[in-house]
Design a protein around this ligand. Structure first.
Ligand code: AGP
Length: 606
């Protein structure tokens, strides 16, 4: 997710824009830029890297003007370069745009803009030229007409050199807030850049367009019908605003999952053909058919996400798939060859063990692809292709939304490979239809956060917890135990349900509770038996069960119901109660949730 700031008023715009960008740096900071109207022309300055590089650039000759737009980028399309930095311009620099979101059909739109000399790889530049194509003197109308052709998400602000008292903003899927001052207006991706100047704001809703001058703010829909808005008074402080009202980044990122999940899958599957459409694989269909083995290399949460990929590839593609924690892979003298496909899974794209494993796999001749969150990161650059998971900056040390998006991308890859071998179009369509229902089903679980908090508060008096799951829910149990241990410091471990009787059951007692996933799937009865073994030892049980399974209450002390979905998609849902349980346990214990002791967000050392 990127950060947008804009100002129209009587003050010099540059200080407002720069300070605003600094307050949005938490949203992404691989490049930044400003554009100000100075007289009858737009002056633009952009830089790669943090905001400091931009301020150094403008120090010698700061652009003047009292109307301007600014942007700090979290790259999604195109590398981290100055050419790809926003603002993007059209009409020979007379029109400038800043944008947060993903234009799904930007390639089609680009083809329709024949004759345009594109200078960047971004979807936003296409948007700028599309608005320019529709501009015939009315800026708001040009924006509305252009957006009618757009599929995807946007929060954007547009300025034009011939309109010195106008900014046009629009929102669909990416937030935009407008601060109301005396004879001036502030626009931003969230309230943080606006708070120092005014607490009176208007939140744009999806499908709305704002026409902003120094004296007035009018809002419309894309058909130019007026939309009435009410002014809200916000009482957040700076840090609350960065977290959009959530007490911690981790909780915000847990609740971001329905939205960022859609960013991950948008435009990356073909429902008609029942397959995935992940172009980054950089393999022909023939090369994909030749692959006879898949190895996932990753660390921590990413390795548990990778285990879902393993199940999916074995189930849908019918080839051996294995997960190797990267720190082991790199020293194990792994057997890989030119028919092995190695996926490196990493949120940061900088994890030293995973990077070393990538280099080892390449050295041995495997196809190596990345499934990474941070665009332009080392692992993204050193793999010969792959897919960005579009989770946006994940700031809490404990990974949540990145895990979900990694799983989503691996499911799409497994389907894409599977449809070249043994998956029927009907099965593919059924899986994709189930995938499209995931965001609403996630929300149904997130709505139980308070109930899960009461469970966490009840169970934090225990110093241990055993997580149990079977089949595709075993990696879910592993991820849940990692979440709990890394932020609450409660000792937690996970076992396959069937493995418990081979030792761990000795641990169980009334003071050693169990969190178990017993959703309706092929292993339900087996899991139920395991839970009954647990109960026979007097251990308390929290169950994750499928909505409608009333019998689950008989063998649980507490229960969280999750909506039913296809077995391969269960981790996208079943992990969320465990994320929330860990979060609330850590909060109840007064731990530093976003910055747990001894941990770093990215382990760039061995
Ligand atoms: C997850 O909650 C942990 N913070 C940690 O296990 C993390 O997943 C691991 O370090 C891998 O990081 P990466 O995804 O950035 O490579």
């Amino acid at each position: 997710m990127c950060g947008i700031v804009a100002y129209i008023g009587d003050k010099p715009a540059l200080p407002v824009l720069i300070q605003g960008l600094r307050r949005l740096e938490y949203r992404g900071y691989d490049s930044a830029g400003v554009a100000l109207l100075n007289g009858d022309s737009i002056e633009r300055v952009r830089s790669v890297g943090k905001i400091d590089f931009l301020t150094d650039k403008v120090k010698t000759r700061p652009p003047a003007g009292t109307l301007g737009i600014a942007h700090t980028r979290w790259a999604t399309h195109g590398g981290v370069t100055e050419e790809n930095a926003h603002p993007h311009v059209a009409l020979d620099g007379k029109l400038a745009v800043v944008h947060n979101g993903i234009i799904e059909n930007y390639r089609e739109l680009k083809e329709q803009l024949a004759g345009v000399n594109f200078v960047s790889q971004t979807d936003t530049e296409v948007l700028a030229h599309l608005i320019g194509r529709h501009y015939h003197g009315d800026l708001r109308s040009a924006v509305q007409q252009a957006l009618a052709h757009v599929r995807g998400t946007y929060g954007l602000v547009v300025m034009h050199a011939d309109h010195p008292d106008q900014l046009v903003a629009a929102r669909l899927g990416s937030p935009l807030v407008i601060g109301i001052g005396e004879g001036e207006h502030y626009l931003a991706s969230d309230a943080t850049p606006i708070l120092p100047y005014t607490k009176k704001v208007v939140f744009l809703e999806d499908g709305e367009v704002a026409d902003v001058s120094r004296a007035a703010l009018e809002t419309f829909n894309l058909k130019d019908e007026t939309v009435a808005k009410h002014v809200e008074e916000i009482d957040w402080d700076q840090t609350q605003a960065e977290k959009q009202g959530y007490p911690h980044f981790m909780l915000k990122e847990i609740f971001d999952q329905p939205t960022v999940f859609q960013d991950a899958v948008r435009g990356r599957y073909d429902l008609t053909e029942g397959t995935g459409r992940l172009g980054g694989i950089n393999l022909t269909e023939e090369e994909m058919r030749r692959i006879n083995r898949v190895v996932f290399i990753a660390c921590g949460t990413a390795s548990y996400a990778a285990m879902i990929g393993k199940y999916a590839f074995e189930r849908l593609v019918g080839i051996p798939a294995e997960v190797d924690v990267a720190s082991e892979f790199r020293y194990r003298d792994p057997v890989v060859d030119d028919r092995t496909l190695v996926f490196a899974i990493s949120q940061s794209g900088e994890t030293a063990d995973t990077l070393a494993a990538v280099r080892e796999a390449k050295r041995k001749g495997a196809f190596v692809r990345g499934i990474v969150n941070v665009v332009g990161s080392t692992i993204a650059r050193e793999t010969d292709g792959g897919t960005y998971i579009h989770a946006g900056p994940e700031l809490a040390v404990a990974s949540t939304k990145a895990y979900t998006n990694m799983v989503a991308i691996m499911l799409l890859y497994a389907l894409q490979f599977g449809r070249l071998r043994r998956v029927s179009i009907a099965t593919g369509q059924r899986l994709l239809s189930a995938l499209r229902e995931i965001p609403e089903k996630m929300k149904a679980i997130l709505a139980q956060s308070d109930e899960i908090r009461s469970m966490a508060e009840e169970y934090i008096r225990h110093r241990d917890m055993l997580f149990l799951g079977r089949g595709i829910n075993y990696p879910v149990a592993l991820e849940g135990s990692l979440k709990l241990k890394e932020i609450s410091y409660i000792h937690a471990e996970a076992y396959p349900g069937g493995e418990m009787k081979h030792g761990p059951i000795a641990l169980l007692s009334p003071d050693f509770p169990v969190m178990a996933i017993m959703t309706r799937n092929q292993l339900y009865d087996k899991m139920r038996s395991n839970i009954e073994e647990v109960r026979a030892r007097g251990a308390r049980v929290i169950l994750i069960a499928t909505v409608g399974d009333d019998r689950a209450r008989e063998i649980s002390d507490r229960i969280v119901y999750v909506p039913e979905t296809m077995e391969l998609l269960e981790p996208l849902l079943n992990t969320i109660p465990l994320q929330l349980f860990a979060y609330h346990a850590a909060v109840a214990l007064g731990k530093d949730v976003d910055r747990p002791r001894n941990l770093a967000k990215s382990v760039t050392v061995e």
